[in-house]
Ligand binder design. Structure first.
Ligand code: HEC
Length: 315
């Protein structure tokens, strides 16, 4: 590689320690995030492990049911016995009436099983001490709310882009991949991040986009793992990984997978970018179609309604 830059292997040990500390901490953070996803989204359909259904329930909702019922069959399944859950679900299906809250026995169950966590003092989770609290989750389950989506979206965009900033900077000092491939590895996570966030919103509109959430999340994890692995290898195990027994440099890793890539149509970084661009274009067209089919009629109706009520209030 005829370029002048300090490669990872030549860095001072203190800098290597700094980089390694950062990468290791972020890796643990990533692992924790995965566990959290498994226990919240992963349990949305009541079965352990992440599936398309989980994503659909989390963002689009389970529109034939209520939040309370979805949760009782999902992440709150272990909080009450089967019988108790049955009693609550019966009550919901009978119309979740206030008059029947006590007589049906739901009141007692909530008091003994749920209030330990869902009380006024708990932060971040709704309180069910008052009937109104429970009532708010017995309406149709529309999945993630607009306000929760905007909040989580901006936290993710700001937070994760920072993580990839530093991981990308560290990886940019690597020398065992060609410049073109390095650019792709560094740029990819940002693309995946944006597609990921976008796909939450699209899934909120229509469940068919749930696949995209998983693909983008997986892509992000893959790029992260790749940069982390190569960076650590170059810093601490360069000889072992990149020098053969005769003391010669092994070919860059891109050399090995290039044949494989070429067979798939990725002849060069340029060709690869073209393919990615084509994918983005296809995706944009698909989104536009879905938008016109599904979202636009809804938005149009809302605007007309709002306009109508403004006109009315004038008279
Ligand atoms: C050990 C603590 C704990 C207990 C006990 C508990 N919950 Fe939860 N609950 C949580 C947490 C944490 C969340 C937020 C994470 C999630 O949605 O899975 C939550 C979320 C919920 C939600 C979703 C709220 C929303 O607006 O999205 C519902 C509904 C719910 N719980 C119902 C219940 C019911 C009914 C019981 C009693 C049978 C119960 N929970 C018992 C901790 C608890």
């Amino acid at each position: 590689m005829p370029r002048e830059f300090s490669s990872l292997r030549l860095l001072d040990i203190p800098v290597k320690v700094l980089f390694t500390g950062y990468l290791a901490t972020v890796a643990v953070g990533y692992f924790m995030a995965l566990i959290q996803i498994l226990f919240t989204h992963g349990m949305a359909d009541g079965e352990f492990g992440l599936s398309i259904d989980d994503i659909v329930y989390s963002y689009y909702g389970n529109r034939s049911g209520t939040v309370l019922e979805t949760k009782l069959n999902g992440s709150m399944k272990d909080m009450a016995s089967d019988h108790e859950r049955f009693v609550i679900i019966q009550w919901i299906r009978d119309g979740a009436k206030k008059t029947e809250y006590k007589t049906s026995g739901v009141d007692e169950i909530v008091k003994s099983r749920c209030l330990a966590c869902h009380n006024e003092n708990a932060s971040g989770i709704p309180s069910y001490e008052k009937f109104e609290g429970i009532a708010s989750v017995t309406e149709q389950d529309d999945g993630a709310t607009f306000s929760s989506l905007t909040r989580v979206s901006h936290i993710h965009l700001f937070g994760i882009s920072f993580i990839f900033m530093f991981v990308g900077i560290i990886f940019s000092f690597s020398e065992t991949s060609r410049v073109g491939y390095k650019c792709i590895a560094i740029g990819m996570p940002y693309l995946f991040l944006i597609v990921d966030i976008l796909s939450w919103w699209l899934t909120k509109l229509h469940p068919s986009f749930a696949v995209l959430v998983i693909l983008a999340g997986g892509g992000m994890a893959l790029s992260f793992g790749f940069m982390l692995f190569i960076s650590l290898l170059e810093m601490w195990a360069f000889k072992f990984a990149f020098i053969d027994s005769q003391g010669n440099r092994r070919p860059q890793w891109s050399f090995y997978i290039e044949h494989w890539f070429i067979n798939m149509g990725f002849q060069s970084p340029e060709a690869t970018l073209k393919i990615i661009w084509k994918m983005i274009k296809t995706f944009a067209l698909f989104s536009k179609k879905k938008w016109l089919q599904l979202a636009w009629p809804v938005v149009k109706k809302l605007v007309i309604q709002a306009w109508g009520s403004i006109q009315k209030s004038k008279h």
